[in-house]
Design a protein around this ligand. Structure first.
Ligand SMILES: Cc1cc2nc3c(=O)[nH]c(=O)nc-3n(C[C@H](O)[C@H](O)[C@H](O)COP(=O)(O)OP(=O)(O)OC[C@H]3O[C@@H](n4cnc5c(N)ncnc54)[C@H](O)[C@@H]3O)c2cc1C
Length: 483
């Protein structure tokens, strides 16, 4: 949904094939983390999510007793939004629909064949079999991705070695909106409020962790597990959804093969520790959308499409490592009790807490700076939101300029008649902004011009001290787009 919206925003004709008739009411994800919220903010859709979700400034790593503190992050989105995935999907679907994306529901892709100039897709649905042809196909079709299999892209990693249980239920024995997190040699339990009447219970009961994922969960299994691990079943009743999930960990060997791309769970699966999978998938989509749109519209330099794999594959690998470390820390042993206590102690140090919080928030993502663009420490970094004053005196936030999915060429403290806009022919895909900073930001001090990508990362920047700023800006612009 996110990728299709990004493409439609850039004016690309896009069609989603979805085999489900409607959004599933069962929400795996409950968290939208800070960087994803920033991406929604960049597109102007964050307020809709805020209306339906509940911001919390705390997160967790491996369920350690010291919480992560997102409130210290340098962002207007310095919290996690608790919002069921079904709501997130509905909001994104509504946005996609408003941008003219065609969504064909109850249509299943059954065959994908790549040719030098197109990709052919065969589908099945209520109207029977059909054939489609597209310039590109993106497999955002989950962990069992047909697109990935049809493209012959390997999905390497490890199979499930344990499972845990999830239940969205009522708990009469807990005050509304209270939470529990418990780790001991008897097992693991996390209880989170979804709304005033529904709790999510996550249970790792050592007696049941070798049960295969496919075996259905019963309310009695969850009830007796709570009793065994916590000594209390908290009056569990009214199951809305019961499910079992495991720790299979795999990553696609490549995110692009010719005209086929992979994003989200089709590219990476892992144990859902820290609530990151959907977030990273949405971030994949925002990385790919503007690149694919530029390629389709003939605006992309030759290297741009391959930068999707180059940038997002390492982020996926880091996600798998971070969830594997958390999984390791769920091991139920006396040694692990000691290690967890040590780690919880370390997280009380603000710098350590911030480091791990940035990882879960995806604020630690930094792409390699482009060697052929003007060199500056900001190159490849997440563009934090800046408070600006425009040349006409208007105060504004830098994220407002990204609503249309354009590049933003930010020219800071440029005197009248000195801007760099005339150095290239101009484009509807680049917004030129002349402004000054109204709130100091050490990373941006001394910057004369910067090109910020549509996904909110800095392509390059030119310092005030650059002896030939016009040449640098011209070089930077022609490196990133064809006019
Ligand atoms: C218990 C649990 C809790 C989680 N909690 C969080 C969390 O708090 N935060 C977080 O960020 N992540 C969380 N995750 C992970 C998150 O749910 C997934 O990463 C996310 O759903 C992946 O999105 P996706 O769009 O890539 O794939 P999916 O959600 O799997 O969507 C793929 C879609 O493709 C459709 N499809 C598949 N094949 C075809 C086909 N051949 N033709 C047509 N349609 C097809 C499917 O019907 C489906 O709608 C959790 C996961 C689990 C199991």
């Amino acid at each position: 949904m996110m990728l299709a919206s990004e493409l439609a925003l850039a004016g690309v004709k896009v069609c989603i094939l979805e085999r489900l008739k409607e959004t599933t009411p069962y929400s795996r994800a409950l968290t939208v983390h800070p960087r994803t919220l920033e991406l929604f903010d960049l597109r102007g859709i964050k307020p809709k999510f805020m209306e339906r979700g509940r911001p919390v400034s705390r997160g967790h790593f491996a369920g350690l007793e010291t919480p992560l503190d997102f409130s210290v992050l340098d962002s207007a989105s310095n919290y996690t939004l608790i919002i069921p995935q079904s709501e997130t999907e509905k909001l994104l679907e509504a946005w996609a629909g408003s941008l003219g994306v065609e969504i064909r529901r109850e249509v299943e892709a059954v065959s994908i064949r790549q040719h030098p100039d197109r990709v052919n897709i065969e589908t099945e649905g209520p109207g029977g079999a059909a054939k489609l042809s597209a310039a590109y196909v993106v497999g955002a079709d989950g962990g069992r991705s047909l697109v990935r299999k049809e493209a012959g892209i390997p999905f390497e990693g490890t199979s499930e070695t344990f499972t845990t249980v999830l239940g969205d239920v009522s708990l009469s024995g807990l005050p509304p909106m209270s939470a529990i997190s418990s780790y001991s040699e008897r097992g693991l339990v996390a209880i989170l409020p979804i709304d005033p009447t529904t709790y999510r219970v996550l249970l790792g009961d050592p007696a049941r962790m070798s049960v295969p994922k496919e075996e259905p969960v019963t309310l009695e299994e969850l009830r007796s597990g709570l009793e065994r691990v916590l000594g209390n079943d908290y009056g569990i009743s009214k199951p809305r959804w019961l499910s079992r999930f495991g720790n299979a960990t795999r990553q696609a060997g490549r995110y692009r093969k010719g005209r086929i791309f992979l994003a989200g769970d089709a590219a990476h699966i892992h144990f859902p520790a820290g609530g990151q999978g959907m977030n990273v998938g949405i971030q994949d989509a925002v990385n790919l959308g503007w690149k694919l749109a530029a390629a389709i519209q003939g605006r992309a330099p030759d290297w741009l499409l391959d930068s999707y794999h180059a940038e997002r594959f390492p982020v996926g690998t880091a996600l798998l490592r971070n969830t594997e470390v958390q999984t390791l820390m769920f091991e139920l042993s006396p040694r692990m009790v000691e290690l967890r206590s040590l780690m919880a102690g370390l997280l009380r140090f603000p710098d350590a807490n911030r480091m791990v919080s940035e990882q879960i928030a995806a604020f630690n993502v930094r792409y390699e700076s482009d060697a052929e663009s003007p060199s500056h420490p900001l190159g490849g970094q997440r563009a934090a939101e800046l408070e600006l004053k425009l040349a006409d005196g208007t105060a504004c936030r830098s994220y407002e300029f990204f609503h249309n999915g354009q590049f933003v060429l930010l020219q800071l403290d440029v005197e009248e008649g000195m801007p760099f806009g005339e150095l290239w022919p101009g484009s509807e895909h680049v917004r030129v902004v002349n402004a000054s900073l109204t709130k100091a930001n050490p990373d941006w001090s001394g910057v004369r011009a910067a090109l910020v990508r549509p996904d909110g990362y800095v392509a390059w920047a030119v310092a005030q001290s650059d002896p030939a700023p016009r040449d640098s800006v011209a070089r930077g612009m022609s490196r990133w787009m064809k006019f």
